[in-house]
Design a protein around this ligand. Structure first.
Ligand code: URA
Length: 232
């Protein structure tokens, strides 16, 4: 990572401001003043600035139990962003690995590690996501079979990939899908003449929403949860 970016990341100041403090000779590495903003900061570099020492940049990983009426966006728009309530320092660079609709609740993964989130969001990786779904109408008897074979969504060229439906009652089910098309779960139930009235994400890959997390609460992922994304 470049030194100017490193300073922004750790202190929250802008890139322009970081370049200014560098020019002023306020940043040192092993007691040596570094003025070059493109100086490469490695895993073992320690930077001193403003009387504080900053260690290596470690990627961050969080799970959030998303509330309804919050937006999977990094900025507040029509609804508040899921990040605004988390009260994290340096939210710049954080992004959401697989968005949920405004009215959908449950598991949201947040990170600043793009390669890690790619394992979750890339269609090629076929990462399974499990949803709890409440329906307006009793589920059709052949729904399991139809979702396994794939259904035709409006304005899509191909059928949906095989999905696993677990019937809890006739109006409450779990659905596991490997894709992440726009409104996919709602559109899939629409394709079999039903309607989703409530949607909650329970699991992404091997990461399950922590039952200890109340609505709107979050925690850092464990090492095991982080590493699970790479194990296929
Ligand atoms: N599918 C939907 O329809 N909505 C979501 O929020 C997630 C999956």
């Amino acid at each position: 990572m470049r030194l100017d970016k490193f300073i922004c990341h750790h202190t929250g100041i802008s890139r322009v401001e970081a370049k200014r403090v560098l020019r002023q000779g306020l940043v040192t590495h092993n007691d040596e003043v570094i003025k070059d903003p493109s100086f490469k900061v490695n895993d073992d570099t320690n930077i001193e600035f403003n009387g504080r020492s900053y260690g290596p940049v470690k990627p961050r990983y969080f799970m959030l139990n998303k509330l309804a009426n919050t937006l999977c966006s990094t900025i507040d728009e029509e609804y508040p962003s899921v990040l605004s309530d988390m009260d994290l320092p340096h939210t710049k660079g954080l992004h959401i690995a697989g968005r949920l609709d405004v009215d959908t609740t449950g598991l949201v993964l947040i990170t600043d590690d793009g390669q890690w989130s790619h394992q979750i969001t890339s269609p090629k990786k076929q990462c399974m996501k499990r949803y709890r779904v409440w329906l307006a109408e009793p589920l059709a008897p052949d729904a399991e079979e139809r979702f396994k074979e794939g259904v035709q969504l409006h304005s899509e060229l191909e059928l949906t990939k095989p999905a696993l439906l677990n019937r809890i009652t006739n109006t409450e089910v779990q659905l596991s899908i490997s894709e992440g098309k726009y409104h996919q779960v709602k559109r899939m139930f629409g394709a079999i003449d039903n309607k989703v009235v409530q949607l909650h994400r329970e699991k992404i890959g091997d990461i399950t929403l922590d039952p200890e997390l109340g609505e709107g609460e979050w925690r850092a992922l464990t090492e095991q949860e982080i590493n699970s994304v790479w194990q296929k």
